[in-house]
Design a protein around this ligand. Structure first.
Ligand code: PEP
Ligand code: MG
Length: 889
């Protein structure tokens, strides 16, 4: 194969082979934009190197050949002593990845060619500055020498000279630094800094290859499920210099504002500087618009190129560029990252400009982004005092008292305080504190740090890596760059969507997007801003495009109404268990304690009218739409009092010689019903089979409620669902009893009650025998919470607080299988059940009602698995609608 491509040979669609950076450099070259010439070494070369420990045969010869061509084109040789060609070596994988080596600039400099560069540029200071940059970057990234050693050496020279800015360093100072840096390299690597330019290049290329397996890159890939064998490409590009005087400079530009999506001129420019000066923040950039005044010619050219790029890529592009003595060069472009709001606005604008179609527009926004837009946010009109900023690790707006250790977080939150847990970084010992806190703030670590990963997993607001904040856990305080000190107990507000940290309580407002979904904002009115209009336009499209129906999990009339406003097309799961709590607890106790059939009967008869009223309200709220009512699921003992409390009560009564017969019976029942493993115990259909009359009472309540609604002119559409079925026989018994009740009640009321009876599929055995089960079920609803629990053998109530943080940190999974469906395992069972269920009963209705029904990636899977509907919490309904539409588009 061919391992090296000139920029003129590639294009933007070759990202697999040339990496993102290389493919886009080639694309820009082909568009006729001013890209410094160069070539890209393919990911295949990297794959070979990673597999065999050596570069593939022929790669070096190809590099020599392309280098020779580059030298001819540029009219100078790499490192030529009197007139050197210098190159940069940059990594460029298909996906950008934290932890990978980025860039080595100025390759080709050595003790001789530095003089050539001085002559060529007429600037000795520049030449020596460039040389020390090479040794510094090469030392850090290729030779793994700690960067502080170089930084400290620079500081030492500045200190000696009594100056504070790098700009005041002279050629002599840089000469001295070059020597110091070379000494550092010698000491740390036990050999001289390599003077041979081709060797410099070769080592840099290998270092890029090796960085594919840097620990942070490995972890990131595991968490993001990026295949480990893709490898990275390497770009070798002739150098252009932004630090050749005030008519030179470097900058970044965006074709639209990546934060808001608004059109305009966005970016930063820094005169007389090279790329890393912009990033390291040691000098202040100016807004890109100021460049118009500084260098009108290059500015005009840049603006024209930005327009060209945007029209070409038909999307927001971000750009890195350099001006060398008045000549503009493009160093990089890519379709830029953006906030959730910007994504919707940009899609809408591009539709208006007719640059994209609606089909494409829905590929530009995601369910995750819509979910982000629905979080409550800080009131932008409220006055606020910003303390600092970190990374937006997990979205949301959290307000609370600053605490600096987990113990205090737990203690204070128990007494009802909202707290923000502030740590330098978190570790598994902080887990309980993180759970107790309203939000998490760290000063160290990136988006894959423990704090960030765990917070995202818990859906908790988190700002991480706020390095400008000095979090001093020992003294329990935090110091902002302004000098402002936050002591333990002072209130702060953190914005996990923007990464900002504020002093005091910033008021929180509900999102306008939620108010739109709730019907409070009419998208056609001037109350609606462009974001709401963009969301509205996309939602109309996805609703028409999707095949999946979206229902909600709701068990009160209020929730049902809310779900309906959010666009739910029915209820996919009405859990009846909460209906047995509160005042009704004593009735349940009576049922459990009943010794005789008569007592049992009475207890059930007392519950019946209450249940009936519950269902009347829900059927009314969902009139005309299906409502899947699930019969009682959890273990009975959950309705009984706590064993310790009860034991104490009994003991106290005994010691006082008081009457306590009832409590004693209760206590005996609690003991009798106690299970080591209640999740695998007497629950679901097993209850229905063991407690006589319980399920038939519920079915009767459903039937009577429906009959009442019919008589009142309504259109109730209940569906009766049996939970935790493992074998068809269980279902057969309950089904026969239920049909009998429906018939009876129908006769009593003189109405026809023909409602589907179906089951949840939430045990592996149910999935594996779906064909048999389908003979007695008119519908299946996958209970992916329990199915995940039973397929993995993970206790759904315990794992997130016990070992999941370790699993996430080690990258066993990037996201909990309770959050996003495990497609390979749980998904496979679902596919089997779908296939065999449909084979046995072609018109069977198939849905899913576990938490995964509102998770974007899972919704896409349910679409492809051929389900009829997903059901999720009311708040997630819009996300599921969007993602179902995206899956179908
Ligand atoms: C499930 O198990 O996925 C389900 C929806 O039921 P529950 O969460 O109530 O057990
Ligand atoms: Mg379940």
């Amino acid at each position: 194969p061919k391992y090296v491509y000139e920029f003129t040979e590639g294009n933007k669609d070759l990202k697999d082979l040339l990496g993102g950076k290389g493919a886009n450099l080639a694309e820009m070259t082909n568009l006729g934009l001013p890209v410094p010439p160069g070539f890209t070494i393919t990911t295949e070369a990297c794959q070979h190197y990673l597999e065999h420990g050596e570069v593939p045969d022929g790669m070096n010869a190809e590099i020599d050949e392309k280098l020779a061509a580059l030298e001819t084109q540029m009219g100078k040789r790499l490192g030529q002593p009197d007139n050197p060609l210098l190159v940069s070596v940059r990594s460029g994988a298909k996906f950008s990845m934290p932890g990978m080596m980025e860039t080595v600039l100025n390759i080709g400099l050595n003790d001789e060619s530095v003089h050539g560069l001085a002559k060529q540029s007429g600037d000795e200071r520049f030449a020596w500055d460039s040389y020390r940059r090479l040794i510094q970057m090469f030392g850090k990234t290729v030779q793994d020498i700690p960067g502080e050693l170089f930084d400290d050496a620079i500081e030492a020279v500045k200190h000696k000279r009594g100056i504070s800015s790098d700009l005041e360093l002279r050629a002599e100072d840089y000469k001295e630094l070059v020597q110091t840096f070379k000494d550092i390299v010698l000491e740390k690597t036990e050999r001289d800094f390599p003077a041979d330019p081709r060797e410099q290049m070769q080592l840099a290329i290998k270092a890029v290859f090796d960085s594919w397996n840097a620990p942070r890159a490995v972890l990131y890939r595991r968490q993001e499920r990026i295949p480990t064998d893709l490898g990275t490409a390497v770009n070798v590009c002739s150098m252009v210099f932004g630090n050749m005087g005030m008519d030179s400079g470097t900058g970044v530009a965006f074709t639209r504002d990546p934060a808001s999506g608004q059109q305009g001129i966005y970016g930063d420019y820094l005169q007389n500087a090279q790329g890393e000066d912009v990033v390291d923040g040691s000098r202040n950039t100016v807004p890109l618009a100021d460049m118009e005044r500084i260098d009108p010619k290059s500015y005009g050219e840049l603006i024209a190129i930005m327009e060209k790029l945007e029209n070409h890529y038909r999307d927001l592009c971000d750009i890195e560029f350099t001006v060398e003595r008045g000549k503009l060069w493009m160093l990089q472009t890519r379709v830029g990252k953006r906030t959730a709001a910007a994504a919707f606005r940009i899609a809408d604008q591009l539709l208006d400009q007719e640059l994209i179609t609606l089909d494409e527009a829905v590929t530009r926004v995601t369910g995750d982004q819509l979910a982000q837009l629905m979080f409550p946010r800080f009131d932008e009109t409220a006055p606020r005092h910003r303390l600092g900023r970190g990374m937006n690790a997990s979205p949301g707006a959290a307000v609370g008292k600053a605490v600096f250790d987990s113990y205090t977080a737990i203690k204070w939150s128990r007494s009802g305080e909202d707290v923000i847990l502030c740590r330098r970084e978190t570790n598994p010992d902080d887990l309980d504190g993180m759970i107790a806190a309203s939000g998490i703030l760290t000063s160290r670590g990136g988006k894959t740090s423990h704090a960030a990963v765990v917070a995202r997993g818990m859906g908790k607001t988190c700002v991480c890596g706020a390095e400008e904040l000095d979090i001093d856990t020992k003294n329990r305080r935090l110091v902002a760059p302004s000098g402002k000190v936050i002591e333990e107990g002072d209130v702060i507000s953190i914005d996990g969507t923007s990464g900002e940290v504020f002093l005091g309580e910033v008021p929180v407002v509900s999102s306008p997007v939620v108010r739109y979904f709730e019907g409070e904002i009419d998208p056609a009115s001037d109350q609606a801003d462009d974001l709401v209009r963009a969301v509205d336009r996309i939602m109309h499209y996805v609703d028409a495009a999707r095949r999946l129906y979206v229902r909600a999990n709701a068990d009160t009339p209020e929730d049902a109404q809310r779900a309906r406003r959010m666009g739910a097309q029915g209820i996919g799961l009405c859990r009846t268990e909460h209906m047995f709590l509160g005042d009704r607890r004593s009735l349940v106790e009576r049922l459990i304690l009943a010794d005789t059939e008569k007592e049992q009967h009475e207890a059930l008869a007392a519950l019946l009218p209450l249940q009936r009223e519950d269902f009347v309200g829900i059927f009314d709220a969902m009139d005309g739409l299906p409502v899947t009512v699930r019969l009682l699921d959890p273990p009975l003992h959950e309705f009984l009092p706590d064993v310790t409390e009860l034991s104490v009560r009994v003991a106290v009564a005994e010691s006082r010689g008081e009457k306590h017969e009832n409590d004693l019976r209760l206590l005996q029942a609690v003991h009798r019903l106690h299970e080591q493993n209640p999740m695998l115990g007497l629950r679901g259909v097993r209850l229905g089979l063991v407690v006589p009359g319980l399920f038939t009472m519920q079915v009767r309540a459903i039937a009577q409620a429906a009959a009442e609604r019919i008589q009142a002119g309504g259109r109730p559409r209940p569906e009766i669902m049996i939970p935790l079925v493992g074998t068809v026989q269980e279902l057969e018994i309950i089904r026969a009893e239920s049909l009998e009740v429906l018939r009876e009640v129908g006769e009593q009321y003189g109405v026809e009650l023909d409602f589907p009876i179906g089951t949840m599929i939430e045990l592996p055995r149910a999935a594996l025998t779906a064909g048999q089960i389908a003979e007695n079920a008119e519908f299946f609803s996958f209970g992916t919470n329990d199915l995940t629990q039973t397929v993995w053998g993970f206790s759904r109530d315990d794992v997130e607080a016990s070992f999941f943080s370790a699993y996430l940190e080690k990258g066993v999974f990037g996201i909990s299988p309770f959050e996003s469906l495990d497609i390979a395992g749980v998904g496979r069972l679902i596919k089997i059940a779908v296939e065999e269920g449909r084979a046995a009963r072609p018109d069977i209705k198939l849905g899913i009602c576990g938490e995964h029904g509102g998770d974007p990636a899972s919704v896409r899977f349910f679409h492809s698995a051929g389900l009829d509907y997903v059901s999720c919490s009311p708040f997630r309904v819009p996300v599921a609608r969007l993602e179902a539409g995206r899956a179908a588009a």
